[in-house]
Design a protein around this ligand. Structure first.
Ligand code: ATP
Ligand code: MG
Length: 503
């Protein structure tokens, strides 16, 4: 094939009048219509002098046109660099400089601040606004609706996807056509997506979850998406009767469960609810089943690898686990110091290998060498364990592991106990510097609506289920946990806030 990713995701649907996107205003975009728009954008991109392999930074609100930029980049052989809409000008400057982007596409509201920076770095600038207007669309309107696909191979780069920056500065993961294609094909099979599926899409499209999982799976299956600008409960509830599946982060599910309009009837014709990007509390899983009679399917992945594991479609979807390694993905649990594989049942570093694993971090050879082994295994930075039935559970991140007085303490274990206490909505357990122990345990608690927490009583109650060295030395109460846009708790911010408690 001339361009495997384009041909499979997009080219296969050329001329098809089947629906691709349903928009909240009632409009519908067919595959043929979408591909004509993306071909027009591809003409604009190449007309600006962009050449196969050049990077295109895209920081815009979610819209069909923004998605068409993805298709245009693939068709023109360009490397897409989707960027979080929350990034400031200063952060954007880092990404443009770091990636060497040849073109930056931004909202016109940012033009004044960003144009000088982009130009200083030798990048061109075009605008694309939330409503689809902008210089890019103006130029595209004049362009032909057919574009000759630029030949590319499976090993060519398709995207630089920056990580969420939960543990530090975001890193640009280099993803090839084969990385994206292999994962999308596997997920279509595993999750049984077909052309009849209508996916409720409320995720951002600058992240692997909304772009490469949700969108690519729909494209490979030839299904359609109800394409919402963001997560809005009213819209979700209004659109759900027309959908067959939804992919979400855990907060989607907790927010749905908190809304009395979300009933068994509202979900009755949905065949699949998928969760990922952050841990789904077992409690949410159980509540969801009690209400709807359906079990959320939790899976595990990351920017660098797309998806690695998934609970089974047909077998038991086990709460608190992320299921089994996907076909073609090898997963092992290793000793973080020696790299030796640990026996089943022991907690260690999660390493994965497969066609989904990225080529390395852009311009970070040392980091790449430290995390991507020569034999192809990627050290994910997550800690996990495999149970006797083969289900994988994530215990936390290596960087969040607490080492106190020589003992390894896994925050998750303590969080699970704290979460069960009266009045506790959720918790985050962190290690903070301590004079005698090196680090010690602090539990950060968020009360349920209206509840007042008695931290002494909670401390008393958790003594029994937890070994002494795991007891938090302090419990602090906060209104909410700091989270980034993907709903991930930013423990580094908490560690920073409470770093002086014991020194
Ligand atoms: P950074 O690498 O910049 O610190 P990040 O790791 O949060 O940020 P992403 O690639 O968006 O960036 O997220 C991947 C991480 O999300 C995984 O390594 C894992 O820690 C977490 N994750 C994803 N799915 C799940 C899940 N189902 N359960 C628990 N954690 C999950
Ligand atoms: Mg990461």
């Amino acid at each position: 094939m001339a361009n495997p990713l384009y041909d499979t995701l997009f080219g296969a649907h050329a001329g098809s009048e089947a629906p691709f996107l349903y928009l909240p205003d009632g409009n519908k975009i067919t595959y043929a219509g979408f591909l004509e728009s993306s071909a027009q954008i591809a003409h604009v991109l190449t007309g600006l002098g962009l050449w196969a392999g050049d990077r295109v930074a895209l920081q815009v609100q979610k819209s069909p046109q923004a998605l068409a930029v993805f298709a245009a980049c693939v068709q023109a052989g360009l490397v897409l660099l989707p960027l979080n809409t929350a990034y400031t000008t200063e952060e954007l400057t880092y990404f443009i400089e770091n990636s060497g982007a040849a073109l930056v596409i931004i909202d016109s509201g940012k033009l004044e601040a960003l144009a000088p920076v982009a130009e200083g770095l030798g990048a061109r600038v075009e605008t694309l606004n939330a409503d689809g207007s902008g210089s890019l669309t103006d130029k595209a309107a004049q362009a032909p609706r057919q574009f000759d696909t630029v030949p590319r191979g499976e090993d060519d780069l398709a995207a630089f996807l920056y990580t969420s920056g939960t543990t530090g500065r975001s890193k640009g993961a280099m993803l090839t056509q084969a990385n994206l294609l292999s994962n999308a094909r596997t997920l279509v099979q595993e999750w049984r997506f077909t052309a009849d599926d209508v996916l409720l899409h409320a995720l951002p499209i600058f992240h692997t979850h909304g772009l490469f999982v949700a969108t690519n799976v729909t494209l490979v299956a030839g299904g359609s998406m109800i394409f919402l600008p963001g997560f809005d409960l009213d819209q979700i509830l209004a659109q759900m009767p027309k959908a067959t599946a939804m992919m979400g982060v855990p907060t989607f599910y907790t927010r749905l469960l908190d809304d009395p309009r979300f009933t068994r009837g509202a979900a009755v014709h949905m065949r699949l609810f998928i969760s990922g990007s952050a841990p789904l509390l077992a409690e949410t899983h159980v509540q969801f089943e009690a209400l709807t009679g359906q079990r959320i399917l939790e899976r595990y992945g990351m920017t660098e690898t797309n998806m690695n594991t998934s609970n089974p479609y047909d077998g038991e979807r086990r709460a608190g686990t992320v299921g089994f390694p996907l076909p073609g993905v090898e997963l092992k649990i290793t000793n973080p110091e020696t790299g030796a594989t640990l026996p089943q049942g022991e907690v260690g570093a999660i390493e994965v290998r497969g066609p989904n694993v990225f080529k390395g971090y852009w311009q970070m050879p040392e980091k790449t060498a430290a995390e991507l082994r020569e034999d192809g295994f990627f050290i994910t930075g997550d800690l996990g364990v495999i149970d006797a039935d083969g289900y994988v559970s994530i215990v936390g991140r290596s960087k969040d592991l607490i080492i106190s007085g020589g003992y390894n303490i896994y925050p998750k274990e303590i969080e699970l106990v704290l979460d069960e206490q009266d009045g506790v909505l959720e918790s985050a357990v962190i290690g903070v510097p301590h004079r005698d122990f090196g680090e010690t345990v602090v539990g950060v608690l968020v009360p349920r609506n209206g509840a007042t927490l008695d931290t002494d009583a909670i401390m008393e109650k958790i003594r029994q289920p937890l070994a002494r060295f795991k007891h938090p030395r302090r419990l602090v109460v906060v209104d909410s946990l700091p989270r980034n846009t993907m709903g991930k708790v930013q423990k580094n911010l908490l560690r920073d806030e409470f770093k002086d408690l014991f020194v």
